[in-house]
Design a protein around this ligand. Structure first.
Ligand SMILES: C[S@@+](CC[C@H](N)C(=O)[O-])C[C@H]1O[C@@H](n2cnc3c(N)ncnc32)[C@H](O)[C@@H]1O
Length: 277
């Protein structure tokens, strides 16, 4: 069994990562792989972000909350391109500081608030938001159901939530399950399937898509870019860490090709919305 991750250690790792991914070579690779340069750590591409914005019906005057917003991807992009107001919430200060600088530099058309907050204990009143999004966040934390409940607690009736999440294919042998867990994000395992979790948290699914093939393509593009920029990346990471990174990408691609790990998108609305049940 892979060792159980420690939440505090994961947050500290994200804090370090947000500083590292600001390096010019990392931003260049991010532009080539995902079509953006916010220093993102999810697998959300620009195309996917645009789809999320459409599913959330974002527009000027709408209030979007992004949970686990990191350095602002894709929340700041959605705010810039749709004109909505945005609130970014996360725990590592390092990412939020970078997001704050980017928000100022981008001269967003709407309002922007940046909040140091746990996704499971959101410091907002009920109905504070029209839309909530999170990109590969639930697979980076243990308290998945409490986060979905907290999101439900701050959205208005009939508001929308869209998220992506990575998880092991259900029903794997224990050896394959362990391989999926080792290649996935730190809290990729889940005792309860996401549709059941959404129901328990007071959400109704309105759209659901399997993004595993796109995820595999993105990892392949990333591996190609990292191989093409090997000298610069060796300088950034050091030889041993860079070799381990490439080996990890190749393992992940194999796991995805074998169908052991999935990445899916869920769109939902509140269960009390008209037509919500
Ligand atoms: C895969 S990253 C996604 C970050 C960003 N949205 C992006 O797409 O680049 C997951 C994020 O979830 C955040 N996170 C983990 N546990 C959290 C919690 N309990 N509350 C809020 N954010 C959390 C991490 O700090 C990290 O920034």
């Amino acid at each position: 069994m892979p060792p159980r991750p420690d939440e505090q250690a994961v947050r500290e790792r994200f804090g370090d990562l947000y500083q590292l991914v600001q390096a010019p070579i990392k931003r260049e690779i991010e532009r080539a792989v995902c079509g953006c340069d916010y220093g993102g750590t999810s697998w959300t591409t620009r195309r996917e972000a645009e789809h999320v914005g459409a599913l959330l019906a974002l527009a000027p005057g709408r209030r979007l909350l992004e949970v686990g917003a990191g350095s602002g991807w894709p929340g700041l992009y959605l705010a810039r391109t749709t004109g909505c107001d945005v609130t970014l919430a996360d725990l590592p200060l390092a990412g939020l500081r970078i997001a704050a600088e980017r928000a100022v530099a981008d001269r967003l058309p709407g309002a922007c608030w940046i909040v140091l907050a746990d996704g499971a204990a959101l410091p907002f009143g009920s109905g504070a938001f029209d839309a909530v999004s999170h990109s590969d966040v639930l697979c980076c934390l243990d308290a998945k159901l409490p986060v979905l409940r907290a999101c439900r607690g701050v959205i208005r009736s009939g508001g929308r939530m869209v998220f992506t999440v990575i998880f092991p294919k259900p029903g794997l042998s224990s050896a394959d399950h362990d391989r999926a867990v080792e290649s996935g994000p730190p809290f990729v395992e889940t005792a309860l399937a996401y549709p059941a979790m959404l129901r328990q948290a007071g959400w109704v699914i309105t759209d659901h898509a399997d993004l595993t093939a796109e995820y595999a393509q993105t990892v392949r593009r990333l591996l190609r870019e990292e191989e093409a920029h090997a000298d610069e990346l060796r300088g950034l990471y050091g030889e041993a860490e860079f070799s381990e990174k490439l080996a990890g990408r190749r393992r992940k691609i194999r796991v995805l090709e074998e169908g052991l790990l999935r990445r899916e998108l869920f769109a939902s609305t509140t269960a009390d919305a008209p037509g919500g049940r």
